[in-house]
Write a protein that binds this ligand. Structure first.
Ligand code: ADP
Ligand code: TRP
Length: 316
C-alpha cells in the first residue's frame, strides 16, 4: 500500500466484459491515481446481486472484473483490491443508514426513477442501493471517490448521509468528494449515443483485432459536415486535436481511410492490455490470493470504523 496520506475509494460492478467507455469514463482513473492516494477498490458483488442471480455467473464475472483491473495496470501492492461481500461491515452499516433515511429521499434517486420508468417492479435492494453505496464509501473515510458521471448523485447521497449521521449522533464521518473527469464523462458509441452494453454500440476493451475492426467498420457515418463525427469522437479519446487535424483534413469524405487509422490506433491501445489479460487469466489462484489479502486489509479498516459507529449510536 502506498504511503500517501489521502485515501481514495472506488467500487465497480461485475457486469461483464468492459468497453472503451467504461475504461475512459471510469476504470482508468483509479489506476492513474494509485500512486497519489492510499487506495481501496472493491468489486460490488452485493450491488450486482440485484441483477445477477446465478451463482456461476456471479463467480465468473467477479473474477473477470478483478482480472480486468489487474490487466489495465492496477497494482495490488499499492491498492487494496477486495470483494464487497468479504467485508460484512458494508451491509451492516447500510442497515444503520437505512434507519436514518426516508423513503421520499430514496425515491428521488435517478437509478430508482429510471428503473420505475422502465416499468420494472423495483427490488428493495435496488431501492436501497444508495445506502449500501454510502456505507461502501464512508467506512473508509476516503477523501476522493473517482466515478463515472452517472454516479455523481450516488456520491452526493453518501455525503448527505454522512452529514445527517454526524448531525444526529456527532461527528463520525468525513464528507468525500467525487472525482469525475468531465472530458470523458460520456464516451460515444458506434452509433453516436452513449457507449453502453444496453445499446449494443460498444467497442470492447479487450477486443481481438478482428472485433475492433468489426466495431469500427460499424460506426455510423453521415455525409453532413466535413468529417464523420462518430469516428472522430472515438478517435479523440486516443489522440489530440493537433494530431487528428491533418489526418481528417487530408481525408475529407474518405471515411474508410479514417476508420482504418482508427482501427490501428485502437489496436495500439488494446493489444498490450489484451495480452496482459490473457496472461493473468492463466493464473486465477494468484488473483484469488490478491482478493483474499485485500479482504483482510479492508476488514481491518472497516471494522475499526464500524466499532466507532456502534459506539456513537449506543449499541456498544
Ligand atoms: P453500461 O452502460 O455499459 O452498462 P456500466 O453502467 O456498467 O456501463 O458502467 C460502469 C462504469 O463505467 C460507470 O462508472 C459508468 O459511469 C462508466 N461508463 C459507462 N459507460 C460510459 C460511457 N459511455 N462514457 C463514460 N463512462 C461510462
Ligand atoms: N454504483 C457504482 C456503479 O454502478 C459502483 C459502486 C458501488 C461504487 N459502490 C461504490 C462506486 C462506492 C464508488 C464508490 O458503477
Amino acid at each position: 500500500m502506498s504511503t500517501a496520506t489521502k485515501t481514495l475509494l472506488s467500487g465497480v460492478k461485475p457486469t461483464g466484459r468492459p468497453h472503451v467507455g467504461n475504461y475512459f469514463g471510469a476504470m482508468r482513473q483509479v489506476v492513474e491515481l494509485q500512486d497519489e492516494y492510499a487506495s481501496f477498490v472493491f468489486l460490488a458483488d452485493y450491488h450486482a446481486l440485484n441483477f445477477i442471480q446465478n451463482a456461476d455467473q456471479m463467480r465468473a464475472q467477479s473474477m473477470g472484473v478483478a482480472m480486468d483491473y489487474l490487466a489495465i495496470g492496477l497494482d495490488p501492492a499499492k491498492v487494496v483490491l477486495f470483494k464487497q461481500s468479504d467485508v460484512s461491515a458494508h451491509t451492516e452499516l447500510a442497515w444503520i443508514f437505512d434507519t436514518i433515511t426516508t423513503v421520499p429521499y430514496l425515491m428521488r434517486s435517478h437509478a430508482y426513477k429510471d428503473a420505475e420508468a422502465k416499468g420494472h417492479e423495483v427490488s428493495v435492494g435496488t431501492f436501497n442501493y444508495p445506502m449500501l453505496m454510502a456505507a461502501d464509501i464512508l467506512l473508509y473515510n476516503p477523501d476522493v471517490v473517482p466515478v463515472g458521471a452517472d454516479q455523481k448523485q450516488h456520491v452526493e447521497y453518501a455525503r448527505d448521509t454522512a452529514d445527517k449521521f454526524n448531525r444526529i449522533f456527532g461527528d463520525t464521518f468525513k464528507l468525500p468528494e467525487a472525482i469525475i473527469r468531465e472530458d470523458v464523462a460520456t464516451v460515444r458509441g458506434t452509433d453516436g449515443r452513449k457507449m453502453s452494453k444496453s445499446y449494443g454500440n460498444t467497442i470492447e476493451l479487450f477486443a481481438s483485432r478482428d472485433e475492433i475492426a468489426n466495431s469500427v467498420m460499424s460506426i455510423v457515418t453521415d455525409s453532413s459536415g466535413d468529417r464523420p463525427k462518430n469516428v472522430y469522437a472515438i478517435h479523440r479519446l486516443l489522440k489530440s486535436e493537433e494530431e487528428l487535424e491533418p489526418l481528417y483534413g487530408a481525408n475529407t469524405g474518405n471515411y474508410k481511410a479514417l476508420k482504418e487509422v482508427l482501427i490501428e490506433d485502437l489496436e495500439f491501445l488494446i493489444a498490450p492490455l489484451r495480452v496482459r489479460r490473457e496472461e493473468i487469466a492463466t493464473d486465477k489462484a494468484s488473483v484469488m490470493n490478491i482478493l483474499r489479502a485485500g479482504a483482510e486489509k479492508a476488514n481491518e479498516r472497516a471494522e475499526k470504523k464500524l466499532k466507532e459507529v456502534k459506539e456513537m449510536i449506543g449499541v456498544k
